[in-house]
Design a binder for this molecule. Sequence first.
Ligand SMILES: NC(=O)c1ccc[n+]([C@@H]2O[C@H](COP(=O)([O-])OP(=O)(O)OC[C@H]3O[C@@H](n4cnc5c(N)ncnc54)[C@H](OP(=O)(O)O)[C@@H]3O)[C@@H](O)[C@H]2O)c1
Length: 332
Amino acid sequence: MSGILVIGGYGAVGAQVSTTLDGWFPSQVIAAGRNPDGARLPATVRRVRLDLADIAGLERLLDPGDIAVVVLCVEPADATVAETCLSRGVHLVDVGASDHLLRQVEDLADRATVGGATGVLSVGVAPGLTNLLARRVHERLGGAQQIDITVLLGAGEQHGADAVGWTVSRLARPAAARPRRYLMPGHGRRTAHPLDFSDQHSLRRTLGVPSVTTRLCLDSAFSTALLAGLRRLGVFRRPTLRRLITTALSRVHLGGDGFAVRVDGVNGDRHAALALTGNGQSRATALVAAYVTRAVLDGALPTGIHHIDQLPVLADVPERLAAHGIVPHSLG
Ligand SMILES: NC(=O)c1ccc[n+]([C@@H]2O[C@H](COP(=O)([O-])OP(=O)(O)OC[C@H]3O[C@@H](n4cnc5c(N)ncnc54)[C@H](OP(=O)(O)O)[C@@H]3O)[C@@H](O)[C@H]2O)c1
């Protein structure tokens, strides 16, 4: 049993997951989605048609017992997909960024449905690399009381439709904290606005830090200010306008493809900050997912459901990404 099923396996993230894993495990990768025919993937990656809403279709793929791990590169409606995999002893790597869904998967661990499988959550850039940096900052401070996570995305990157839709849907929610200005390595001082990424919620559970806030800015200061202004006006709460803006953001690319994440922690009068910079957040998300999948297949991870920051074996993923041009920065 060594097959790797990448669901959403030819999207912006999934295509790079499928391609990277195919390089490491030739002819073991199957890329799944609703319309796989035109997928641009190496010839050694098999394509299958699968709609996540069709759980019987997923069961038919898993039941012969050839699939060892499912990499989930599209957001499901609930935890049924995770349960279908884990209850069959199939490992799960999930790049999802919605806390309500991650909590549903966490809850599967209490229902004895996980068998001998491993589920890894918070896989990617944010959540993912942000969780790993947050753990380091927390440890460096001997326990942070507050953590602030800042994510800078390149407005010029061709982000996937699902990722753009996810971000716009979060902009429909009121900001839960104030904007803040931070020096983002390679991008100068930037104003970032709170957004409901899952890391700020799961890190309270995994690290026990009482206050965690995640903020987002784009490399284009103009686009960041425009989105913040539209959010204040409540524009994203109107479904028609939300759809129009999602389409516009998917087509107009005003900026580069560089990304940066920065994590600041405070404990009393002590402060620590770490950052990572690179190009292509979809590519970086895919690389993290590929390294996590390899660790799962190597048998290096314990069974059960874990966020990435709870797995010491994965603590050095940021260093492994240096080979791919993703650079760490210690900011004090
Ligand atoms: N953790 C992180 O840092 C991070 C970073 C980026 C993205 N993400 C998450 O990763 C996910 C994918 O993002 P993306 O940028 O790759 O989006 P994308 O380019 O739109 O890719 C989505 C993929 O999923 C497939 N898909 C969509 N609905 C499906 C369904 N019902 N059943 C089966 N396949 C389906 C699509 O193909 P078809 O349309 O042909 O089905 C496509 O291959 C999103 O949930 C996003 O929030 C996480």
